[in-house]
Design a protein around this ligand. Sequence first.
Ligand SMILES: Nc1ccn([C@@H]2O[C@H](COP(=O)(O)O)[C@@H](O)[C@H]2O)c(=O)n1
Ligand SMILES: C[C@@]1(CO)OP(=O)(O)OP(=O)(O)OC[C@H]1O
Length: 177
Amino acid sequence: MTAGAPDSRMVIPRTGIGIDVHAFDTEALAESSPQEPGGLFLAGLHWPGERGLAGHSDGDPVAHAAADALFSAAGLGDLGTHFGTDRPEYAGASGTTLLREAARIVRSAGFEIGNIAVQFVARRPKFGPRRAEAEAALTEAAGAPVSISATTSDGLGFTGRSEGIAALATALVYPLQ
Ligand SMILES: Nc1ccn([C@@H]2O[C@H](COP(=O)(O)O)[C@@H](O)[C@H]2O)c(=O)n1
Ligand SMILES: C[C@@]1(CO)OP(=O)(O)OP(=O)(O)OC[C@H]1O
């Protein structure tokens, strides 16, 4: 092997990053009907009684940031490349549906997924009690470990004013040889 040149037998993992933000939807309060439940969809879970987020899909910034990080790691563009708002089939789509589809696309391009880590910024909902449930939902959708953490912004900025929720994700993928 030449000094400085990568060994062609080495599997070089690739990292990716994704950020997503959704604003609270003032009309999406509480439950509306069993067919179209109101409330919040976040981290692959439904949070009845919490104010919902606006979006073409269900507006889940945790799942969207995770999917964006996968596309970023694989060099396959971003969420808009694959699930644009011009695609009626994704109207109202759940975060787990989008993450499952993103993982399928990344695997079809010849990658396996190492893991995804996501952190969201919000005062509410209190995440700790449902962390295991959310991690299980997104891990099942991605077919790879997804870890999720939450933080507040100490009352500062748009998350501090409860105008929306922001999420940041990283992902690791590696090419299958
Ligand atoms: N929506 C949230 C936000 C935070 N947590 C948990 O609280 C811890 C402290 O948050 P600070 O922003 O005050 O540092 C944080 O590490 C989380 O464990 C939460 O559960 N849900
Ligand atoms: C997911 C898509 C498509 O339904 O819509 P939104 O739910 O608005 O989500 P966003 O993260 O703003 O962008 C990606 C969109 O293409």
